[in-house]
Design a protein around this ligand. Structure first.
Ligand code: GLY
Length: 422
């Protein structure tokens, strides 16, 4: 098995896949400090589908699991299927659900899937003309991939003008900002629902909630995610069923009617408002850090589920979940999500692992493989399972006390929204 990516998500996927009796040799490209203890890290250019396909063929790899969105949008699954290699993830065409926000919104609109009203603009002049006369707040989004940074929530025209300037004039996200979406703003509670689908059957994973802002109380800049927990009470019961009936079923069926078979993981970034789940965005891969909060609760064989999804046999799979709750806290480098520090020695992971799972993200081993160093903005994910969310939270933060690297920071309020609700 080859896992593409280098984050906490990929370490967690590898940890779970390795538990399968069907897993033989495990490779990560490029992997991180933690994955090097689970399998072999290989240095191939994952942006180059042909380079990945060559490695796969030369090393007789049977199955490729793709973590991040960019290789999917770049057509890696298409390249591998040309070589008859089984891969987990959608084709390039369907990866546009994440790769083009305009494509996703237009599809949702045509299928009657609940989502905020929107307009599309191809030029800054026409966008600014519209923004001068619309109501605020509004949401401005670059169409293409922008590493989670292409969404601006603006309260007035001046802020809107700055966002359009960044995206369309200064071209901060390159060609991803050639077109933009301007959407109505929704207030509600966000949650993530990840489902496996083979284009016909849909199997939801356990619900979760991410914490995107850098600081406690949902303040500060957006990040890749500072922590997550599962289950997310806001998405339980009737709402979970509504999310499937109003969002995932019409989408997968609508695509199938057009002859497009979505195979892989589909991530709905949802906003729950007055009991209705609205789609903020779709992602075409596992969430990070949601995966690290969800997979420790999975009792079933993940590798088998992913293989069956990719083969179109998902109807043969049912997933069994631990009733325990999981809380995952991200430990980040000083400066993140701006310019952050690297190369800081990390200590205390073994002691923390007595109580928690520690999934690595931005870490690497030094040349002698004797010291673990920070090597990214999000460095570690500390995840604990317990009978309740409150206990899982306490356990995760207790484990964090044992870990140290210079200028490490983390949010202390992961899961508080759920705890307040209950
Ligand atoms: N946690 C947000 C994401 O995976 O996009």
């Amino acid at each position: 098995v080859l896992i593409i990516g280098s984050g906490g998500r990929e370490h967690c996927l590898g940890w779970k896949i390795k538990q399968s009796p069907q897993c033989g040799r495990l490779y990560f490209a490029p992997g991180n400090g933690g994955t090097s203890f689970l399998g072999e890290n290989v240095d191939i250019n994952i942006k180059e589908p042909k380079a990945v396909a060559n490695f796969v063929l030369n090393n007789h790899i049977d199955f490729v699991v793709i973590g991040p969105e960019a290789p999917l949008v770049g057509g890696l699954v298409d390249e591998l299927s040309k070589e008859d290699v089984l891969a987990f993830g959608p084709s390039r065409e369907l990866a546009r659900l994440e790769g083009s926000k305009i494509y996703a919104k237009e599809l949702m609109q045509s299928l009657g899937i609940p989502t905020a009203a929107f307009k599309v603009f191809n030029s800054s002049v026409s966008a600014l003309k519209y923004l001068r006369q619309r109501k605020y707040p509004a949401v401005i989004k670059a169409d293409g991939l922008a590493a989670g940074k292409g969404v601006f929530v603006v309260d007035n025209y001046q802020a809107a003008e700055e966002a359009v300037e960044e995206i369309m004039v200064k071209k901060k996200f390159g060609s991803a900002g050639e077109r933009i979406l301007i959407e109505d703003f929704f207030a509600g509670e966000e949650a993530s629902l990840l489902v496996l689908t083979d284009g016909e059957t849909i199997v939801p994973l356990a619900s979760s909630q991410d914490h995107k802002r850098a600081y406690e109380g949902d303040r500060g800049p957006n990040t890749g995610g500072m922590g997550a927990y599962s289950p997310a009470p806001v998405l339980e019961g009737e709402i979970m069923q509504r999310a499937q009936d109003m969002i995932f079923k019409p989408l997968i069926e609508g695509l199938r009617k057009k002859g497009a078979i979505y195979r892989g993981l589909l991530y709905g970034g949802l906003m729950i408002k007055e009991g209705i789940p609205y789609v903020l965005e779709f992602n075409v891969r596992f969430g990070d850090p949601e995966t690290q909060a969800v997979l420790p609760r999975l009792k079933s064989d993940l590798l088998e589920a992913l293989v069956k999804t990719a083969q179109g046999h998902l109807s043969e799979v049912s997933l069994e979940w631990d009733r325990k709750a999981c809380v995952c806290v991200v430990l980040a480098s000083g400066g993140y999500p701006g310019n952050y520090e690297r190369g800081k020695e990390i200590r205390g992971i073994e002691a923390a692992e007595e109580d928690a799972f520690v999934f690595h993200a931005g870490t690497k081993l030094d040349e002698e493989r004797s010291r673990l160093l920070s090597n990214g903005g999000r460095v570690l994910n500390v995840c604990a399972l317990a009978e309740s969310l409150a206990e899982a939270k306490q356990k995760a933060y207790h484990a964090i006390e044992k870990i140290h690297f210079e200028n490490m920071f983390f949010r202390r309020d992961i899961a508080d929204k759920a705890l307040k609700r209950s």
